[in-house]
Design a protein around this ligand. Sequence first.
Ligand code: C2E
Ligand code: MG
Ligand code: MG
Ligand code: MG
Length: 279
Amino acid sequence: YQGKRGTADIVVWGGERTRHPTQWLVVQAELRHALDRDELVLFYQPKVSLSDGTICGVEALVRWQHPERGLLPPAEFLPAAEQSGLIEPLTAWVLRRALTDQAAWAAAGRDWTVSVNVSARNLEAADFAGMVEALLAEFGTAPDRLVLEVTETAMVDDRATSMAAIHRLAGRGIGFSMDDFGTGYTSLERLRGVPLVELKIDRTFVATVLEEKENQAIVHAVIALSRGLGCRVTAEGVETAEIADWLAAAGCDEAQGYHYSRPMPWAQISVPIPEEAIR
Ligand code: C2E
Ligand code: MG
Ligand code: MG
Ligand code: MG
């Protein structure tokens, strides 16, 4: 980000906890207003089936349409939200928006799943599972149309509340996906206790998979692991057709990345994507 917007202060604006404590307070105060003023925006990135090129779902990715700073990526405000507890109303807003949009797509005949990223702190909140259940009931969403993406570290956390929330929601049919798989600290033994519908291979392995033998071995191993666990496997950060072809040949189920589409606003993703743009 350095230099991208010309001013150095934006580099650390809300993104890093340690360096600018006063800026953090500003971000937190502004974020509180942002929620009230409806300045958050949800973008969506398609998830594409590698076997037939169809869209099977979308991942919701939050942005902040800041009145002065423009469209901010999550890295610039999520750390502040997580630290301040604002992540709870933020996630509630994201879920409500995502389920509203999912219902509109479903009504238009597109039965996409919607994946929502949740933070460790969300799972630790006492009322998280109840909040999700209430939203599903309000929107009449089939539970298996919602997937919650959790990073390894958050998902295999020892905290009893997190695991209880995951098991309660998974028991109702809501999907859980392990995000950025391979970059955290999961011991494989811990995976047994987690009800997963999906493993997402982190894009650090995917980006250079054609050049680096080690990454090929890791991707093959994660695909085999997902088979063993009985869940699907999705590659993130697929930027070229060659990588998509390699992944399809390796047996990967789904892919996301700039090769198919960048995350985009609701109005754009709601327009049918032409077939030739996918494969
Ligand atoms: P993630 O869940 O792993 O999402 C994937 C990130 O990679 C997104 O960045 C996406 O825009 C980017 N990406 C997708 N395809 C490509 C590609 O082909 N190449 C490259 N270089 N990047 C690609 P984004 O939107 O900046 O989000 C970053 C992270 O912020 C997410 O990582 C997720 O952990 C978090 N996040 C986003 N939205 C939310 C949210 O609503 N709630 C929470 N708790 N976290 C969120
Ligand atoms: Mg994700
Ligand atoms: Mg990810
Ligand atoms: Mg990631």
